[in-house]
Write a protein of this length. Structure first.
Length: 233
């Protein structure tokens, strides 16, 4: 069983009752607080739990980027190399075109944007565009930064990691998430430099952060904090 509540600060709260739940649980997904309680739980107790956790919930909600929320005609998303423009047209299918810094996604006129299948389609199209741009931009930029700061690496690959922006192996093989293309350029550079520094220091020791400060004009921790406001696709 589930129902929705409206809160002046938290927005829509979806309350679910689950036979499998043993505890009161809260999470944030697509800009919405989802509260789950046991089958014979006390809704008033759950509401009190929500109020108690309100500061943390507000922080999680503030970290969500437009791409983690509902994609529709009102979505305002600026990626590294393009701005997203979703609109309805008289077409009977979906159509995507990337030109002059704009990713246009045309949808059928009667598109129901709150439908999960519609969201999956839009996210799939967005992912294709991000992958295309990641393969075009990231290897070139990584090479330029490596040359500028005298790093060396073996290979670079683009993946669709949902848990990390990038990684570096002991063999100096660098993997970069296509979600990097959701970041502003200075944070893209921060992540690339982070992985390049791992080619010399395979940990997050003081020496690693000292090296990061050298290549970021002593802004490593500030940039690290800023990056936490963003999420992967």
């Amino acid at each position: 069983m589930e129902k929705k509540l409206q809160n002046s600060q938290l927005g829509t709260i979806l309350i679910r009752t689950s036979a499998h739940a043993r505890h009161y649980n809260l999470r944030v997904k697509e800009g919405m607080v989802i509260a789950t309680m046991p089958e014979h739980g006390d809704e008033q107790k759950l509401r009190s739990f929500i109020q108690k956790k309100r500061p943390q919930l507000l922080r999680f909600l503030s970290r969500e980027t437009p791409v983690t929320r509902l994609l529709n005609e009102q979505t305002d998303l600026q990626a590294t190399t393009f701005k997203l423009h979703i609109f309805c047209s008289d077409r009977s299918n979906y159509y995507m075109k990337l030109e002059k810094g704009m990713l246009h996604i045309a949808c059928p006129q009667q598109t129901r944007f709150n439908d999960e299948k519609v969201q999956a389609t839009l996210r799939g199209l967005l992912e294709r565009a991000l992958r295309h741009e990641a393969k075009r931009v990231l290897p070139v930029r990584l090479k330029a930064l490596a040359e500028q700061y005298h790093f060396s690496y073996s290979t670079v690959k683009i993946n669709n990691s949902k848990t990390r922006w990038g990684s570096c192996s002991g063999g100096k093989n660098i993997n970069l998430s296509l979600s990097l293309m959701l970041l502003p350029p200075h944070l893209v550079d921060y992540v690339l430099l982070h992985e390049l520094c791992h080619t010399l220091k395979m940990n997050h020791s003081e020496r690693f952060w000292s090296l990061m400060d050298q290549v970021t004009a002593k802004k490593a921790k500030v940039l690290r904090k800023e990056l936490k406001r963003y999420s992967t696709l």
